[in-house]
Design a protein around this ligand. Sequence first.
Ligand code: PRP
Ligand code: ADE
Length: 178
Amino acid sequence: GREAKLQLVQRHVRAFPDFPKKGIVFRDICPILKDAAALKAVIDLFEEHVRNNHQHVDLIVGLDARGFLFGPLLAQRLGIGFVLVRKKGKLPGATVSVSYDLEYGKAEAEIQEDAVAPGQKVLLIDDLLATGGTLYAASELMRKQQAEVLGCMVVIELKELNGTDKLKPHRVFSLIQY
Ligand code: PRP
Ligand code: ADE
């Protein structure tokens, strides 16, 4: 059931204090990827959420780099496509970009100009929500391209950083909260 899957996922997240900087507790999702059942549980739970909450989704939009680990698997399950939001300078052709802050630095996010069409309904996916800077940047890219953000999905939400406030009015679905 759902509870067993959530527990399986939870057991496959490790905490590393003071990485990549002093004071940050890094939540490592690598053990999830290494365990077939845990990874399947993540995708099962995401799929269930989408099927229960969204009638029609055109695309899954995943964030560089760890959003790429889960997004394409979910998109395949749903029978829809996947779009990459990358760190600046990685995508060829015409692009649109925005800069943003994150828990331990600063970065710039970019999509290809033709990645989403006006009016398309998208779900944003990443491994983890901290300050919300990264997902907010992706939502800004979607706004610029006039795509409709149906919501955000993450494996892990760091509650104390209030990322969900930054993302309002978009809804955030998370599997694990710290
Ligand atoms: C991490 C994480 C999220 C983001 C969350 O990525 O994978 O994308 O930070 O932080 P925020 O909510 O404060 O924006 P990072 O930028 O470290 O890049 P990576 O996925 O390439 O490791
Ligand atoms: N990205 C931003 N903050 C993070 C954290 N504490 N652990 C893992 N990834 C992160």
